[in-house]
Design a protein around this ligand. Sequence first.
Ligand SMILES: [Zn+2]
Length: 485
Amino acid sequence: MSELEWTEHALPLPLGRVTTATLGGEALYVVNHRDLASHRLEGGEVQRWHEPVEPDTRVGLDDRNLQVAMDPDGTLWALLVDGSLHRRERGGRLEMVAEPDVRLAGHYAHRVGFAWDAAGDQLVIAGGDHRNNGFALKRGARFIEPLPYGPGHGVGQTVATKHGVYRLVDDALWLLRGGSWGFVGSHPHARSDRGQLLFFDPTRDALFFVGELASHREPPMCVQLTPGGTTPPMSLPGSFAGPLEMHEAVAQVDPSTDRLWMIDRTGARYLPLDALALQPGVPLEARPRDRGVVEDPPVHWFREALALRQRDEEADDLGVAVRDGWVLSASLPVSPLLPLADAGSVLLFTREHAYDHDPWTLSFANAFEVRIVDERHPLTAGGMKIDFTGYREVEPIFAERVDTAHDGGAYFARRSKIGGFPALVYGTREEAANSFVADVRCEDCDARLRFVAQLAWPEFDLISAVVYLYACPFGHSGAAKAQNV
Ligand SMILES: [Zn+2]
């Protein structure tokens, strides 16, 4: 085996905190999420492609909750945190092409498949955290169309090719051609204990991925996906830890120089693609396969929940006594979805000053207090009135067997809500049950406290942290814990 080495290269490319490297046609672009400035790599030279957006547009961008793709004309496409879709021609402004949509909202950067499908002349949005739904926006259209279900739930890897869009979730590879998904094959090298990066080399017409153990104890491994399965794994030097983190580092194929680039804040380096022993011209085809998804899931797989959203209208003073240094941050009246025997409301108090606890880890033990009272207070959060929407949430252990509903259920589930399941619960039935019941017992009756509500905190709209409320089913006492998400 010849010695494969990364070659350091002085690439004058400023990287943002969150960056995407993507192919648009056969050109490699690097896009800074902060201001949507982009650069195109041409023969190892860096060319400024999009200038930063104007300051008034920039303030509306949340770089950690934004996705970008490039089409073959060098037009940039973006999905913003509110689920709106935008396009930006070179030299042009950011133009909204589809209004905010709850079904597309709230995707953390790089955690949804977002690609320009040149073969179908459409923008494709697929999967994400705890979801498997997919949508397409045809060129010139103003409304997204749901795609029939294909790949399973999860973040996965998505690349656009001239054959259509390939999507790898866990070990299953799917191909979207036009408007339908087909299963291509299972690839045991794509194991769940590894991080994966999926690449397409348009020159060789080769699809390959690099996998690396989460512990980074072994060298990264490169395999090509072929109709006959995967090629023998090839060890690569160095580590893809940075690009696998998906933020301050990127890795991408550059057809113009025939290189696999890795770019981070310390600089740029590349491997020659011809050293990766890719077999040219073996496009993968889809073949029919059932997904084993239940068409009509039984009702007991679901639980009713209320999604909460802060209204732009101040609530009346509730006349609740609050200790010095604390604020009343939410009042939740008892309802069929907040079962607390005869008690009237659950009140959540938080520290007045955020610096009393660390807002990122929420580690300060005495940062929240839950009180259950007889009075019936209206629904409020942060002193504002609250709107609510009813929806159904699927039990986490059945999520894989039920297609994510097109009603935005997965989006609601991660935000402020009453009822349903604690967000980010998955795994076995036992694990789901354990997170549903706190390891805290009621001071009065010794019953275990049960999950009743969660509040996205502190803004009730951001998803940086969530406070989980647990309460005694007989209305005696409650407790709260917080988790970063
Ligand atoms: Zn009790």
